[in-house]
Design a protein around this ligand. Structure first.
Ligand SMILES: [Fe+2]
Ligand SMILES: [Fe+2]
Length: 275
């Protein structure tokens, strides 16, 4: 199975990069499953129903979220009728939506998508380790799910690594999101789980984490109230990770970084480019 994950979509540049480039990538690389974190897709803050639909129409099978899940209040309502939209599993009981989704690929495989939110340098929440264990116990690899991807939306790389080794061998991939900066530590762990500390963002990298630079820089210089944060308006870059999964074991056999667009050094999954 060929699985592509793309990191936090930020504003229109991120959306445009996904909408313009994903359909042809999906076809060219014969992708079976595409999962995209879109917690910043609507003006940098949250997601609307129309944007959610645009990203699904572009070729995403599932969309994950994070600490910005409900910045657009309409998400509290439409998440209930959108089974492919997943918010952190360790949000408090009673939070609208779901923390995991079992999606069918076009070839008939079932992929469990789980989203958890880290607790270091973020809001105190339920234990993300226990939440991931719970979701995986409901749909174990090889018994119910043909592949499992866990999006660990967290600030601290230590917490992401700890969760990855905790889940190693029980899931196909653990992918970090939230920092908006791609890391170069993608690899397959000893138990067969693909891992990257952060998938990076889909957005304009000539920015502060996808946002126009002026106001964030000003906020570091002065402590006075200022303008709203707005997404930077330059051309977006796609950033994420490509994972090839063994259909028999559900574990990863290859992993590569994907970076496509201006401003970052390009990186493509050569094992899919060749054939
Ligand atoms: Fe984000
Ligand atoms: Fe985030």
């Amino acid at each position: 199975m060929r699985l592509l994950f793309l990191g936090d979509v930020v504003g229109r540049p991120g959306r445009n990069a996904v909408i313009q480039r994903l359909p042809s990538l999906r076809e060219r690389w014969k992708l079976d499953c595409v999962i995209i974190n879109a917690e910043n897709a609507a003006g940098g803050f949250g997601i609307t129903e129309a944007i959610c639909q645009d990203i699904l129409n572009a070729g995403a099978d599932a969309i994950t979220l994070g600490n910005h899940s409900f910045d657009q209040r309409e998400a509290l309502v439409f998440i209930e009728r959108q089974p492919r939209l997943v918010r952190p599993a360790n949000f408090p009981p009673g939070t609208p939506g779901r923390g995991a989704a079992l999606v069918d690929t076009r070839a008939g495989a079932r992929v469990l998508v789980v989203n958890v939110l880290g607790r270091l340098f973020l809001d105190p929440l339920d234990d993300p380790f226990a939440a991931a264990d719970r979701e995986i116990a409901l749909c174990p690899l090889r018994q119910v799910a043909d592949a499992i991807l866990v999006d660990v939306h967290a600030e601290a790389t230590s917490e992401k690594q700890a969760l990855a080794y905790h889940l190693d061998g029980r899931v196909s991939a653990v992918v970090g999101t939230h920092t908006h900066v791609p890391t170069a530590d993608h690899r397959i762990l000893p138990g067969g789980t693909a891992y990257i500390s952060d998938a990076g963002m889909c957005g304009d990298y000539e920015s502060i984490l996808g946002m126009d630079r002026e106001e964030p820089v000003r906020r570091f210089l002065q402590k006075t109230p200022g303008a709203r944060l707005e997404p930077a308006a330059g051309e977006g870059t796609l950033s994420g990770v490509a994972v090839e999964i063994d259909d028999r074991t559900g574990l990863a056999v290859r992993v590569a970084a994907l970076r496509l667009g201006p401003k970052l050094e390009e990186s493509r999954p050569v094992f899919w480019e060749e054939g």
